[in-house]
Design a binder for this molecule. Sequence first.
Ligand code: URA
Length: 449
Amino acid sequence: MVFTKTGDTMHMNELIIKKRNGLAHTKAELKYIIDNYVKGDIPDYQMSAWLMAVYFQGMTDMETADLTMIMAESGEQIDLSPIPGIKVDKHSTGGVGDKTTFIIASIVAACGVPVAKMSGRGLGHTGGTIDKLESIPHVNVALDKENFFNIVKKVGVAVTGQSGNLAPADKLMYALRDVTGTVDSIPLIASSVMSKKLAAGSDAILLDVKVGSGAFMKTLDDAVQLAETMVAIGHHNGRQTVALITDMDRPLGQAIGNATEIAEVVEVLRGNGPEDLIHESITLAANMLYLGGKGAYEDCVTLAEGTLKSGRSFEKFVEMVKAQGGDATVLTEPAFAEAAYKKAVLAPKTGYITHMDAEACGRAALALGAGRYTKTDALDYKAGIWMLKKTGDAVEAGETIAYLQSGNESTLAEGETRYVNALTIEATPPVKRPLVFARVTADGTERYV
Ligand code: URA
């Protein structure tokens, strides 16, 4: 059955049936769907049915590439050419405790590679870079274009919220996917991420594709497939693109929340902080430096490590916060990330933590006030979790394994139950998982396990 040759009148109900039956759309059909959805001429119920059909039937590489371009072209496309140098963007597919953007953007900018970063807010159990940045008093996360460009030119780095008109198709579709069980689909994630990256205008893109219990991709094979799809889209559109597959089977670092995560960023930038976060940040920063033309990958690792140790990346972070109107003096004050109420979580038994359900840890932080249940919820910036023991660590019954904090005492009980239930404690230690599983470039996939 052929419904829509080019030139035929298209009808959304026929296009839904076509995808439901497993057929591939033409570019004209995809354009009809996206453009009319953005205009409000296709209702949410039909778009939801189509998204579910895509979820079950998938898309060809050609359909995914076409969909991405149509979504990128649905709004403003930023021209970063007035900013000199190779502009490198970075995107994470979303995780718990993932505050690497601030660390790597500071390192990379301190090495002279400009970073013009547009980021999003938290979604579901995953934290949002913009929410974390906003925990610093007075910081402006809604920079207008002129200010954004000027800060990147002067300081080398700026982090701002996404302009309302950047890939508006994605904004609408993501909100619908979030409530219709259609987020974790490879063509839908790939087109969502890459449409924003293409529209944001950087020359090169580093993708951090998370895999594990706290990620949308639960298996390594799915994560590799998603990474390969996104790298191919970037490459076909003339953007050098590299993806790293990194672990999200436990939260990253020791802090989950907003101010708590910024406090941990400051710790790392001042030469301290947890090993997993440092290692992952150096790996990501080195890949960004490589994309920014700073030499062979091994040399970029040395450069990233040296810059972090020198303290120049902390100075760069402070410079960025000040340029965005923020009060950087609070960053080194303990009170910055201290909430009114604090509760110790005690190990329920002796053994080893063999697994942390990262999504459940994120939901514990959400219950404390660190995230939103509805779009309009106000955040408690100081709410969050400090994890003292993580996967692989030995624990004694009754020992403090984490601290929960919140501005609302009544949230602590739910936070505690959720956090304790997220942990598995067993008699023998678990097999160690790597932090970085694979690196995907246009030349192929290098698996480290
Ligand atoms: N991040 C995005 O930007 N889009 C998705 O679909 C999933 C993660």
